[in-house]
Design a protein around this ligand. Sequence first.
Ligand code: ATP
Ligand code: MG
Length: 578
Amino acid sequence: MSEPEIPDNNAATENSGKVTTAPPHFIRYIIQDDIKTNKWEGRVITRFPPEPNGYLHIGHAKAICLSFGMAEEFGGTCHLRFDDTNPVKEEQEYIDSIKTDVKWLGFDWGQHEYYASDYFDQLYEYAVQLIKLGKAYVCDLTAEQMREYRGTLTEPGKASPNRNRSVEENLELFTRMKNGEFPDGSMVLRAKIDMNSPNVTMRDPVIYRILHASHHRTGNKWCIYPMYDFTHCLSDSIERITHSLCTLEFEDHRPLYDWVLDELGVYHPQQIEFARLNLTFAIMSKRKLLLLVKEKHVRGWDDPRMPTISGFRRRGYTPSAIRTFAERIGVAKRDSMVDSGLLEFCIREELNLTAPRVMGVLRPLKVIIDNYPEDQIEEMEAINNPEDESMGTRKLPFTRELYIEQTDFMEDPPKKYYRLAPGQEVRLRYAYYITCKEVVKDKDGNVVELHCTYDPDSRGGGTPDGRKVKGTIHWVSAAHAVKAEVRLYENLLTVPDYAAEEGDKDFLEFLNPNSLEIIDNALLEPTLEKVRTGHRFQFERHGYFYVDPDTTDAKPVFNRIVTLRDSWGKMVQQNKHD
Ligand code: ATP
Ligand code: MG
């Protein structure tokens, strides 16, 4: 994998261009209006309803920030509700990870942790009630027949021969379904709505199915399970939610949401749909993410290349950067693709102000300063963050033998190459000017060592004769350097929008084989000797890095969160000038 050209220290790599604060959005307007008109007696109760069948991803983060954010903003509450109606795919591990991730993002559901499965008794009673109202029936068409009877977008559906079963017969059959008298798939309970509805969702949707499977919370109590559309609206109703915020794919389901609640005559929240987040170079399907984990294309759900919240956490993203991102993308009614450069911009912008800067050499090349006294150690003062004076300075040992970056030397440099080359002078950051005098190679012709001289008058970066040196490079003292493993990441995908390219191809064909590069012999400045996970640094000219939990006393491990290249920031700057 080719490392991008690293800029000179004095080239502008940082960007402090601020994007304007979050635009207002239609959901905020709706809630403001409801408060004004006292529609819900001033209450704002939202919920985040994940199905515990995988880890949360950055798309979920948008939904979390919106539902929890609105509740927070209007002094309401947001419930965390596990939509656990499919016992086959759900696991405790996912519940735990979801709670960890929501908390990590900075949100608190307090006492309001709920499970759809806690409502199974109530939901069953509601189903019985619908049957009694003549609004639901037991249907024993096969799945295939059911599909055929449903019709299509252009053709109306056809009534099931069971549609006019008597209430008594339906009640009896439904009870027997519940008692486990029938095998999986042999019959279902359907809402009796309208087989001619232009909305296919309304053509007598299934609301209960038989599934002889043990549930992670209710065990073997049930062998029938309610379907999502039936469960969701009633859970919202039971919890007295006011604004039920969900993604656009539920727009077609809203009439069903409303129908169930109206037929039963129960408390009726308002469902409001917004566009889901799509991010370039990111997979946003739990099913596909699960496959990547199961087939070991990545190291786990929290692999720093994964678009999961746990992946971003392990990569080194901060919750505040993700929240800022969620705010900046806004909330719209139309699906769109967001440039992942915006997310990178958000973390860069934050870490530019908060992360201490350090020097680290990723691909070391030995430099010997021939005219520097052999046993001498000088303490060079380095600035921890030029953006924030209060972060102070630190001392770096300077010695005769150093390491610099291999890419900071060229034997045969092109014009305008301002770093080290035979006979050429360069500034060592916070130290002296050095000039390359001799190049040592191994028998294969690889450069293994440089002999240089330094100008003792140039300490701190200037000389009495005022001569200019254009390039500044970073370095570490050989005797003091800390060995580290550094993990560099590229996009997991080779294309920005794999879904658009997928066609008859498998998405795995778009996996980037170079998405992870491990450098196991990076050399870092000695202040990084006893780092602990949780800390973030800027390695000058290389980007922002996070101490990975794999770190041991013997060897620190760093993840590159993001490089310093800032295409998004540049764009913002440019727009400002236009
Ligand atoms: P699936 O239902 O296929 O398992 P899902 O991603 O919809 O996957 P849920 O657990 O149902 O997973 O999602 C919980 C909530 O997160 C839902 O309300 C959903 O609308 C929202 N959500 C899911 N994906 C996104 C996304 N990409 N952008 C914004 N919100 C999302
Ligand atoms: Mg879903």
